[in-house]
Design a protein around this ligand. Structure first.
Ligand code: SAM
Length: 281
């Protein structure tokens, strides 16, 4: 039998997450229990509450606290060219092989946070499109977190954030603005940010959903999900990727075992990059 205090705390976690689901429409209940517990307890301490039941009462009484809690649960941490070698593999081995049947390469970046990854992808697609004349590209980038999306839409970053952008791309796609750097309009105009929950009622942030994308990024999102939610998420992603298209997950993440019919390791790509090809059928 478990510790009675632990059972009470589990009940409080459930009630807090139900409160968040009801008031913010975001359901974290199938996210990893250990991570959730850590983050809830850290917010609880920061709010000066002695236990989770007291913290739940605080959440009901204080509107801003629910914003702070959601902020700590979504973990909007990202970078330009995060795990840079993955993007080299992508540019060298994946982009030239993508189907792009409409002539326009279409990418979806799930869990974009503050936008650095979506702009990284857009820069690489712009380079690929310039090489393959006549090709266009579009990037849809989505996240649960509205505040992160506000930052993303501005496309304005401190110098420390853009240091990882290779210098030739920095010259072409970033403009200094005071002490910061702005992503140029030709890239920003191709990246459409949308608030969207990967596990919500609509599979994708757009009307067209079946096989709509050549390339989907879902990096460092699945690692927050419990196994059953991960399975459902990957099934959703499989439905929107064109056969021959690619799925990119984080380097520390793995696809569920039962997705091997839908995704195979991408041919020619270094193992461990988290890049998979959507199998046909
Ligand atoms: C750690 S960040 C990863 C950012 C970026 N993909 C990267 O790898 O650098 C995780 C992001 O996933 C978002 N996220 C978590 N669950 C989500 C869901 N169900 N639907 C959409 N976005 C989600 C969070 O809000 C957060 O911004």
């Amino acid at each position: 039998m478990g510790h009675p205090g632990a059972a009470a705390a589990d009940g409080a976690v459930e009630r807090i997450l139900a409160e968040v689901a009801e008031r913010r429409g975001i359901d974290f209940r199938d996210y990893r229990a250990d991570t959730l517990r850590n983050r809830l307890e850290s917010r609880m301490r920061a709010a000066g509450c002695a236990d989770l039941a007291t913290y739940h009462a605080r959440l009901i009484a204080e509107r801003e606290e629910i914003d702070r809690l959601v902020e700590s649960l979504v973990v909007p941490v990202t970078e330009f060219f995060r795990d840079g070698w993955v993007f080299r593999e992508l540019a060298d081995r994946v982009l030239p092989a993508l189907p792009g049947s409409s002539g326009t390469l279409r990418a979806w970046v799930v869990g974009t946070a503050t936008g650095e990854e979506a702009y990284t992808v857009a820069m690489l697609l712009a380079e690929a499109a310039a090489r393959q004349r006549g090709r266009g590209f579009e990037v849809v980038a989505s996240d649960l977190d509205r505040r992160s999306l506000e930052v993303a839409r501005k496309g304005l970053y401190p110098e420390s954030a853009v240091e990882a952008v290779p210098s030739d791309l920095r010259r072409r796609y970033l403009r200094p603005e005071g002490s910061r750097f702005r992503v140029v309009d030709s890239i920003r105009g191709r990246v459409h940010f949308a608030q969207h929950d990967l596990m919500g009622p609509r599979i994708a942030p757009e009307k067209a959903i079946v096989a709509a994308f050549d390339l989907v990024f879902c990096r460092n999102v699945l690692l927050y999900f419990e196994a059953s939610l991960r399975v459902r998420a990957v099934q959703r992603l499989a439905a929107v990727i064109e056969p021959g298209g690619a799925l990119v997950i984080g380097v520390t993440e793995a696809l569920p075992r039962d997705s091997t019919e839908q995704f195979v390791a991408h041919p020619g790509v270094r193992p461990g990059a988290g890049i998979f090809r959507r199998a046909s059928g």
